[in-house]
Design a protein around this ligand. Sequence first.
Ligand code: IMP
Ligand code: MG
Length: 171
Amino acid sequence: MLKVYIEEETIRKRVREIAEDISKEIGNREVVFIANLKGAVIFFSDIIRNIKSSNVLVDFIATESYKGKETTGEIKILKDISLNIAGKEVVIFEDILDTGLTLNTIISYIKEVHKPSLIKVVVFLDKPSRRIVNLKVDYIGFEIIEDVFVVGYGMDCDEKYRNLPYIAVLE
Ligand code: IMP
Ligand code: MG
C-alpha cells in the first residue's frame, strides 16, 4: 500500500528554494549539471527549469545498486557522461543519499576519470539512518529521519512508482 509521505506542493516549494540557492551560487559561470539516472531525473528536470543562467550544460550518468528494497553494496556504472568536463565546475544530482555507497562511487569515478575543477553535490532526500560512507553534500531537499523505503518523484521499487508526483512510503 502507498502512503503519502511528502506532498507535491511541499516538493515544489522546496525545489524552487534549492534552485534559487544554486542560481545565486553559480551566477552565470559555465557549470555542468550531472544527474544520476534513473532516480534523479524528475528532481533534476524540475531544478534545471528553475535555474536562472544561460551557461548550464546537462549530462547524465547511470548507476545500479538496488534489487527491490535492498542495496547490493556493489555499485555499477551503467552509463558514463558524454561531455568533456575536464577543468570544469560540476554539480551532481542524486535522488536519495542512503548508505552513501552510490554517491561515493560516482564522486570518486568522476574525479579520477573526468577531472573536473570542482564538484558540488545535491540530493533530493537524505536518509542518514543507514549511512556507511560519510560524504559532504552541498544541498539537501529533505531529511528523512525514519528508516523507511520511499518511492515516487523518480524513485522506484523494482522500477515501479517513478511516475508518482509525490513521495510515498511502501507499506
Ligand atoms: P546508497 O548507495 O545506499 O546511498 O543508495 C542510493 C541509491 O539507492 C539511490 O540512487 C536510490 O536509487 C536507491 N535508494 C536508496 N534508498 C531508497 C529508497 O528509500 N527508495 C528508493 N530508492 C532508494
Ligand atoms: Mg533505484
